[in-house]
Design a protein around this ligand. Structure first.
Ligand code: UDP
Length: 317
């Protein structure tokens, strides 16, 4: 099979490519504009005969012949996606239109990476797929949230109008190797800060919650979804239902990294969701999927990756 992974140099995309290249009879086309993705994430893959890197933005039309398309293209950390919100919206909307057109032309299956952000500041907890969300259309997070919501709409409109083969997963907070130490997310910030002896920046009072999924578990679910029966379009939540406050996460990181870092309180960003936890009954019933990695274990692997990376002087970016 010929498989296209957009956003393939990013955190999730590069982990997905690393898993897909193991099947040597498939050819993986990895596309990325390198705005937030990094070539370093692809270093082990670049020399493989079944791997091709293409530097291109998904907002430009794509000429390829493929059987499967994974769309993981979009800046995903709040700091990164708010840097150029207009481009973030274009990535979601123009990107998915280009990919849906490509899927239509090739008869390919398109799996779109949507997000728990479609639920916004959720009023239902945990969040099942039937929940329509509570999203501010005009705030600083809207470029991402509304862009991702529009992309879901387009997937279903293409399916209704053209019969396009689409599948949608909603990814909850995920962490692990190939995260960028400077992407501004809570896991990467806390680990980087603890390793560098910097203050640990807790936003607000730290009582807001998130559920953190280890990347290997997530990729497992993603591949199961792609290869599920055609009528299974989703959306399907993928995430780890273990829920932690930001304060609990800080404590866990500090237990694992001997450091002189102190906790400091910073302002809570605008529209920061209060709580987040996936209801994963659909994924478990329909895909037989369940995350296996406990947060303390996943953090060990992630800390080891950050140590190697910081030692190698690759902190910038
Ligand atoms: N957060 C924090 N300190 C940081 C970065 C993030 O307290 O240095 C908080 C943030 O306010 C949010 C949670 O951690 O409540 C998760 O933030 P992240 O940016 O990782 O992703 P989000 O789930 O908000 O998209």
């Amino acid at each position: 099979m010929r498989i296209l992974v957009t956003g393939g140099a990013g955190f999730l995309g590069s982990n997905l490519c690393a898993r897909l290249v193991r099947n040597e009879s498939d050819h993986i086309y990895c596309m990325d504009n390198l705005l937030t993705g990094e070539l370093g994430n692809l270093e082990p893959l670049m020399k493989l005969p079944n791997f091709t890197f293409i530097r291109q933005d998904v907002i430009r039309p794509i000429a390829l012949d493929v059987d499967q398309i994974y769309n993981a293209a979009c800046a995903a950390s709040p700091v990164a996606y708010q840097r150029d919100p207009i481009h973030t919206m274009k990535t979601s909307v123009l990107g998915i239109i280009n990919l849906l057109d490509l899927a239509d032309r090739c008869g390919a299956t398109l799996l779109h990476f949507s997000t728990s952000e479609v639920y916004g500041d959720a009023l239902v907890h945990p969040q099942p797929e039937e929940y329509w969300g509570n999203v501010n259309p005009d705030g600083v997070r809207s470029c991402y949230d509304e862009g991702k919501r529009a992309a879901e709409t387009l997937c279903f409109d293409y399916r209704r109008m053209h019969g396009t083969r689409v599948k949608i997963i909603r990814v909850f907070n995920t962490y692990g190797p190939n995260m960028k130490p400077t992407d501004g997310r809570v896991v990467s910030n806390f680990i980087r800060q603890a390793l560098n002896g910097e203050d640990i920046t807790v936003y607000g009072d730290g009582s807001q919650t998130r559920s953190f999924c280890y990347v290997d578990d997530l990729i497992d679910g993603v591949i199961r979804m792609m290869n599920s029966p055609e009528e299974l379009t989703g959306p399907i939540n993928l995430g780890n239902p273990g829920e932690f406050t930001v304060n609990e996460l800080a404590k866990l990181v500090l237990e694992k990294i001997p450091t002189r870092s102190r906790l400091i309180r910073c302002d809570l960003p605008q529209d920061d969701p209060r709580v987040r936890r996936p209801d994963i009954r659909r994924a478990s019933e329909l895909l037989g999927w369940m995350p296996r990695t406990r947060l303390p274990d996943g953090l060990e692997h992630t800390i080891a990756y950050f140590r190697r990376r910081l030692r190698g002087g690759l902190q910038a970016g």
